[in-house]
Design a protein around this ligand. Sequence first.
Ligand code: DX5
Ligand code: ZN
Length: 222
Amino acid sequence: MRNLKISASLLAADFAHLADSVRAAEEGGCDELHFDVMDGHFVPNITVGVPVLEAIRPLTRLPVDVHMMVDEPGRFAEAFADAGGDIFTVHIEACKDVRATIEAARAAGMRPAVSIKPATPVSDIEPLLGSIDRVLVMTVEPGAGGQSFMPEMLPKVREIQRISAGRGLDVEIAVDGGIKAGTAPQAVQAGARTLISGTGVFGHPGGIRAAVDALRAANAGG
Ligand code: DX5
Ligand code: ZN
C-alpha cells in the first residue's frame, strides 16, 4: 500500500468561519490544505489571495498547497511563500516560461508543482517531470468546486505514472476535482498519491473524519 495524502480544498469550507474549517480539517485527519487562488482571467471566478493565507497560516501545522489558477503566477511566488505557502502549484497553460516559474517557486522556498487542465496532453508536461515535486492532473475544468469527476482523465494519470516510473523519478501525482469516496479508488489505481477534495471533505454528511476515512479506503487495494 502506497502513501496516500488527503488534501482538503478550502474552496468548499465555510468562508464565514474559515478558522473553524481549517482546524476541523487538521483534527479530521487531513494531510494538507489546498488553497485555490483564482484571478477572474485564467479562470472566470475570483477567490482568495495572500491576506487570507496569512490569516489562516498560524492556525494549522498542515502544509498548504497554493493552487494558482492565475495568469503568470510566478509574479506572486514570493508573496505566497512569505504568507506560508509550502507547495506552489501553477498551470502550465498560464505560464509563458514555466521553467522560470518553477525556479521562482523554488527560489522562494516552496515546492513547485505543475498542473494540466483537461484539454492539455501529458506530452506538454513530460519534459518537466524531472524538475518538479508534483504533477496535478485536473479531473474537472478548473474554476469552480462541486463539479463531476471526469474519468477520461485517468489515462493521463496512468501515463504520467508510467513515464516517471520508467525514468526512476519520484514525482507525486495529484488529482483535483470531483474526488469523493466513489471516484477516489479509480484515481488511486491509476497512480494518484494525493487526493484533493473540497465538497468530498467539507460536504460529507458524516463530517470530515468520515470523509477522510472514506477517501483513505481508496488505498485499500493499492
Ligand atoms: C477547482 C478547484 C478545486 C475544487 C475542487 O477549480 O481547483 O480544488 O475546490 O472541488 P471539488 O472537490 O468540490 O470538486
Ligand atoms: Zn484546486
